[in-house]
Design a protein around this ligand. Structure first.
Ligand code: NAD
Length: 424
């Protein structure tokens, strides 16, 4: 099966937002959709066996009207090959522009990576470091604290971020420049609260959505799909706010206990057994049963393309908080909208990570570091405003929250563009 072109999807979303905003000018639509620059680099690496292997890497810089480009660097080998990856990073860089704009973070959109799967190809630490540093060298002219600030993504971690920062610092005249990249370990200039950012941001979104819908969080029933970074912290913070997790899942299966489960005990169980399955008092259910369990808050926090049209018809929740990227298929949106289920769209719901990346960059640039609570408070303020602005726009234009978020983001970028115009 030929996979859909991700960049065409991204372009369609921009055009849909332009339709709602009444932007008819084809030139402005193209300006908003097409990345400013796409860099493709050859990365030769001396492998451990003495042979040279050539990798291909990308950096797509979509829009910087509101600030330097921002977005992850992934090491991945999508099925469609190098050409598909090129289209994918273009699309992902576009989504980063809208994600930053929706929570009013003064950064633009970027994305990049190397066509490689370090897990299945079993690259050694040395090979991986040489690959990372050579890639950093190849893109060093286009990144920088005032130009483009990458971050970790699929199969990259704080270790690669440190190596990119160190390489960049060396090739730019041995200047210490932690602000060139975010997602660094704390001793390398990383920010407190980054590890919990996405889940905490999701919990803030749910809290505000519940207020708007007049749902009491105390006793509200939560279903978590996935039990990794985003979903466990979302579950833990929602539990602190008075809600109750009644179902959860991971790659090994799904479980339900309508009476509620303690997040701390569930995390301990998962840490000891490698899965949530078998948790005392719960029963095993299917993925479809998990997604359609009667609850107040459903958090798809694992994979994309989970909520299909047929699942949407059976869903029995009031709020869907998209902690994962792209968990809902486009054909499910109108069904859920008609059922008055509020979707907190991914670009808003999981933007806690990018908010704290922004705050990491700010701390790096000023050389002064905040406490956990200070960082969390600043992130909360951006996310809460983003949610309220999205809600108000979706009401004004009579569209769902996904379209509302895109309209908000696109209008913010258009505003910035109109102030500057085109030069030269
Ligand atoms: P993670 O690797 O920490 O966790 C993923 C979880 O999904 C694991 O518990 C895994 O067991 C589970 N899973 C895998 N296959 C599953 C299946 N078939 N059914 C149910 N669960 C399954 O990943 P994460 O960082 O939490 O990311 C999850 C999602 O959130 C992704 O879509 C990611 O893009 C998105 N996201 C994460 C962040 C972040 O900062 N972590 C930021 C933005 C978006």
């Amino acid at each position: 099966m030929v996979k859909a072109d991700p960049f065409e999807n991204a372009t369609k979303q921009v055009n849909d937002a332009c339709d709602i905003l009444g932007i008819k000018d084809k030139g402005l639509r193209d300006y908003l959709a097409i990345p400013n620059r796409l860099v493709r680099v050859k990365i030769p690496v001396k492998m451990d066996n003495g042979k040279i292997r050539v990798f291909i890497g990308f950096r797509s810089q979509h829009n910087n009207d509101r600030g330097p480009y921002k977005g992850g660097i992934r090491y991945f080998n999508p099925e469609g090959g190098v050409k598909y990856m090129e289209r994918e990073v273009m699309a992902l860089s576009s989504w980063m522009t809208w994600k930053c704009a929706v929570v009013d973070v003064p950064l633009g959109g970027g994305k990049g990576g190397i066509y490689v799967n370090p897990k299945t190809e079993k690259l050694s630490d040395g090979e991986l470091e040489r690959l990372t540093r050579r890639f950093a060298f190849m893109i060093s002219e286009v990144i920088g604290p005032e130009k483009d600030v990458p971050a970790p993504d699929v199969y990259t971690t704080g270790r690669e971020m440190t190596q990119i920062m160190d390489t960049f610092s060396k090739v730019t005249g041995n200047r210490y420049q932690p602000g060139v990249i975010t997602g660094k370990p704390i001793p390398m200039g990383g920010s407190l609260a980054r590890n919990v950012a996405t889940g905490l941001g999701t919990a803030y979104c749910v809290r505000e959505a519940a207020k708007l819908l007049k749902i009491k969080l105390k006793g509200a029933k939560v279903v978590l799909q996935g039990f990794g970074n985003a979903s466990t912290f979302a579950g833990e913070y929602l539990e602190k706010m008075g809600s109750q997790v009644i179902a959860a899942s991971d790659s090994k299966g799904s479980i339900l206990n309508p009476k509620g489960m303690s997040m701390k005990k569930l995390i301990d169980w998962k840490n000891n057994r490698g899965t949530v399955v078998g948790f005392p008092g719960s029963k095993k259910i299917s993925t479809e049963q998990l997604l359609t369990t009667k609850c107040d808050i459903l958090i798809p926090g694992a994979l994309e393309n989970q909520i299909t049209a047929s699942i949407a018809k059976k869903i029995q929740t009031k709020i869907i908080a998209e902690a994962a990227n792209g968990p809902t298929l486009p054909e499910a949106d109108p069904i859920l909208h008609k059922k008055k289920v509020m979707i907190i769209p991914d670009i808003l719901c999981n933007s806690g990570g990018v908010c704290i990346s922004y705050l990491e960059w700010v701390q790096n640039n000023m050389g002064y570091y905040w406490e956990f609570d200070e960082v969390a408070r600043k992130m909360e303020s951006n996310i809460v405003r983003g949610l309220k602005d999205t809600y108000n726009l979706s009401k004004k234009h009579k569209v769902d929250m996904r379209r509302g978020a895109m309209v908000l983001a696109v209008s913010r970028v258009v505003d910035a563009f109109n102030q500057k115009g085109i030069w030269p």
